[in-house]
Design a protein around this ligand. Structure first.
Ligand code: PHE
Length: 334
C-alpha cells in the first residue's frame, strides 16, 4: 500500500508537467506498460495473503482506472492543440488563414453561366468528339479541300489515323461547328442547341492565343427564322452574361457555312473600344442540304464564341495562358 501511494504521488506530478503526446505516452509506458511500475504491483499480488491481496488489489485497480482516464482526457486536449488526429474531431484547431477551401476554375464558372442563360431560352446542350473527321470539321461545313477558307483554321492533323466510315483523315477539331452537322444528321427541326467544348489550333501561343481553348456553338433551325431572331438571342445572351448595358455592332463577315455571315462586337459602358466576341450568321443552304433539311422550308442561325475570351473580358484576365498555368494564385481569386 505504501508503494502504491508513492506511485500515485509520482504520477500526479508527472501528469502536471506533461504537455505533449509523447510525454503522456511516456507516463503510460512507465506505469501502465508491460514493465510499468503499477503493472509490477498488480503482478506481484499473487504472492500476497488473501487479505492483503483483496485490499491492495482493489486500490491498485482503482488507481489504474483513474490514471487511464486522466491520460485519455489529457491526450485529447493535447492532440487538439497540436492539430493531430484525435478521436473527437471537433477538437481539431485549424488556423483559419492556413486552410484553403477550394474554388471553381474561372472556365467552369463561365461555362455554367453560359449554359444557364441559353437553357433558360430553351436551348438544349449537345456535344461532339474532340478528334474529328475532316468531313465534319470542314467538308460538311462547305469548306472543301484546297479551298482558301481552310486557312482560317490552323489544324492539328492526327498522324496515320483514318476514320473507318468515310476514309477521311482525323484531326483535332478547330471549332465546335462540326457538332452542328452531327446534331442535324440525327434530329429533325425545329430545334435550338448550344454545343460547348474544347477546340485546337496549330499556332504560336501568346497572351491571346492558345493551342487549345473552348468554344460554345449555337444553332437554331425552325420555320421563318431570320437574322432578327439571331440578333435578339445574341443581345439577350451578352446582356445577361455581362450584367451590363452593352452596345452591339453586327459587322458583315465571311464564314463558308453561313450566308450572310456576321461578326458581333460589344462595347462595355464607359469604354471606348469595341470587342469582337462572336462569329455568326444564317446557316448556309448547302450545309442544310448536306444533312437533308429542306432549305425552302427551314432556316437557321448559327454562332460560335470563345469561352476564354469572354472570361478574360468579364474578369479582366490579361493573358489566356493563365487558364492552363495551374498557378493557384490565379485560381484562388475566383
Ligand atoms: N466556327 C467559327 C470559328 O471558329 C465561328 C462561327 C460559328 C461562325 C458559327 C459562324 C457561325 O471561327
Amino acid at each position: 500500500m505504501e508503494e502504491l501511494e508513492k506511485i500515485e504521488q509520482e504520477i500526479k506530478e508527472a501528469l502536471e508537467t506533461a504537455k505533449s503526446k509523447e510525454a503522456l505516452e511516456k507516463i503510460r509506458i512507465a506505469y501502465l506498460g508491460r514493465s510499468g511500475k503499477l503493472t509490477a504491483i498488480l503482478r506481484s499480488l499473487k504472492d500476497f495473503s488473501v487479505e492483503e491481496r483483496r485490499k491492495t488489489g482493489a486500490a491498485a485497480n482503482k488507481l489504474r482506472t483513474e490514471i487511464e482516464k486522466v491520460l485519455d482526457e489529457k491526450e485529447k486536449k493535447v492532440i487538439g492543440k497540436e492539430g493531430g488526429r484525435g478521436e473527437d474531431i471537433t477538437l481539431l484547431v485549424l488556423p483559419k488563414d492556413k486552410v484553403y477551401f477550394g474554388s471553381l476554375h474561372p472556365l467552369t464558372i463561365v461555362g455554367r453561366d453560359i449554359k444557364k442563360i441559353f437553357t433558360s431560352m430553351n436551348f438544349s446542350v449537345a456535344e461532339g468528339p474532340e478528334a474529328e473527321t475532316e468531313y465534319y470539321n470542314f467538308d460538311a461545313l462547305n469548306i472543301p479541300a484546297n479551298h482558301p477558307a481552310r486557312e482560317m483554321w490552323d489544324t492539328f492533323w492526327v498522324k496515320s489515323q483514318t476514320d473507318a466510315k468515310d476514309g477521311k483523315n482525323l484531326l483535332m477539331r478547330t471549332h465546335t461547328s462540326p457538332v452542328q452537322i452531327r446534331f442535324m444528321e440525327k434530329h429533325k427541326p425545329p430545334f435550338a442547341i448550344i454545343a460547348p467544348g474544347r477546340v485546337f489550333r496549330y499556332e504560336a501561343t501568346d497572351s491571346s492565343h492558345e493551342i487549345n481553348f473552348h468554344q460554345v456553338e449555337g444553332l437554331a433551325v425552325d420555320k421563318k427564322i431570320s437574322l432578327a431572331n439571331l440578333k435578339f438571342v445574341v443581345e439577350e445572351f451578352f446582356s445577361r452574361f455581362f450584367e451590363e448595358k452593352l452596345s452591339f455592332r453586327f459587322r458583315p463577315s465571311y464564314f463558308p457555312f453561313v450566308e450572310p455571315g456576321v461578326e458581333v462586337d460589344i462595347k462595355l459602358p464607359g469604354e471606348e473600344k469595341w470587342l469582337e466576341v462572336m462569329g455568326a450568321g444564317m446557316v448556309h443552304k448547302r450545309v442544310l442540304e448536306g444533312v437533308r433539311i429542306d432549305s425552302e422550308k427551314w432556316q437557321g442561325f448559327a454562332f460560335g464564341m470563345g469561352v476564354e475570351r469572354l472570361a478574360m473580358i468579364k474578369y479582366g484576365i490579361p493573358d489566356i495562358r493563365l487558364f492552363y498555368s495551374g498557378d493557384l494564385r490565379f485560381i484562388k481569386q475566383f
